[in-house]
Design a protein around this ligand. Sequence first.
Ligand code: NAD
Length: 499
Amino acid sequence: MVRELAHFIGGKHTPGVSGTYGDVHDPNTGAVQARVPLAGRAETEAAIADAAEAQRGWGEWNPQRRARVLLKFLQLVEGERESLARMLSSEHGKTVADAHGDLQRGLDVVEFAAGIPHLLKGEFTDNAGTGIDVHSLRSPIGVTAGITPFNFPAMIPLWQAAPALACGNSFILKPSERDPSVPLRLAELFLEAGLPPGVLNVVNGGKEAVDTLLTDPRVGALGFVGSTPIAAHLYATAAAHGKRAQCFGGAKNHLIVMPDADLDQAVDALIGAGYGSAGERCMAISVAVPVGEATADALVERLKERIGQLRIGRSDDPQADFGPLVSREALDRVRRYVDIGVNEGAELVVDGRGFTLAGHEDGFFAGPSLFDRVAPQMRVYREEIFGPVLCVVRAADYEEALRLPSEHPYGNGVALFTRDGDTARDFTRRVNTGMVGVNVPIPVPVAYHTFGGWKRSGYGDLGQHGPDAIRFYTRTKTVTSRWPSGTKEGASFTLPTMG
Ligand code: NAD
């Protein structure tokens, strides 16, 4: 008997009425464990109307009171961390330990957003002209919406919802239809924490729900995280409909290993960041760039040995390094890319295509693969594979290594492993990507700094969380005021200046 999920609108579980459903699998076994309703236009419009109504009251709450809801939410989540992590792992396929990290990185942003009384303070200039003061307000946008990917079903919804709500907006979440149970539970907990009904609605669905959010004039701002073609399409369409948008896409993150790097550290970094979560992270490292032949030979040798020791298991196996991929399509895609790499002439050092987990033959498990001697024109280098496949591109020198991520169409994150401060400083200043790690493999910034990729990894001028999120979810209103006692000159027909 599969569970049937619902939407969460106006503080209530609302069954789907469109008649179309998506399957939520258990990636460990391949079985369907739930079905999720896919909202049509009418249902999505009802959620928007409800959110618009609820926002009028919520936007009037003072920031401190809004912050208390977030603080209460944090307290409630504390009581069910383990069950949320298990629920997440069972739909996504990442290990339970990794699911805890997914949740924690989201909670970090809720903690950041709970500082909203301070974050929302405007600017003030006393006596900008004689008897004239100028100040700015940060007003909520109104109804905001977020469309999130399958690979971080707790973190990314919280990255969007927490600042949006703290700023006084209502928020409509359209989570991934592959793992919607955690986002739904988080919405219930927000209600329990005192968020008024309708301020956070969850609409499950696919393209039709998204198209409605994208074109409805009542939605003022839209955040998207997912694959690049959809990010680019949504950014352009949102702009054409007068909305502000931030749309984050795919990635191909490089890790450069300089000859002076601590090779043990670099290998640990590549194994964890390349194969953790089966490579289904937008900040996963999918390209290793050793500098010089000696570094490359030593690195590939050690990677091969360490890959042989990786343990792939059920997502609830505490000994597993990584679990299954999210879906059968994802598994087929990863295998197909390994075929492509072989046909393109890359050297397949470790082949994960034939892997099966005993007793789980229908699960979506991919073994780890390693390519050496990958060339920049190959598809396995240029395209995002989003699986446990690491490509080694050998660079002759530092300048070539710097050029590779800088000229790659994606520009999410990059990492440099070196012991030389001068090289690290030069690299961080010149490399053409949004986030840089120095001896740090997955440089996801802390919640109070801003996260955002460049080039085809991110469309829009503001990033996620940190100060950018407060700018994205508010509009600036600038007030110039003079009190009657200062108005003595009569009418003026020239442009006022403060001279
Ligand atoms: P996806 O693009 O398939 O789906 C993302 C969201 O868009 C889902 O909610 C989905 O329902 C919706 N969607 C799918 N097709 C649509 C369409 N035609 N029109 C409108 N909406 C549509 O991505 P995914 O497979 O869920 O997630 C993996 C991708 O997300 C990878 O490319 C990964 O790099 C990227 N990602 C990026 C970041 C980042 O910060 N840059 C973070 C996490 C994931």
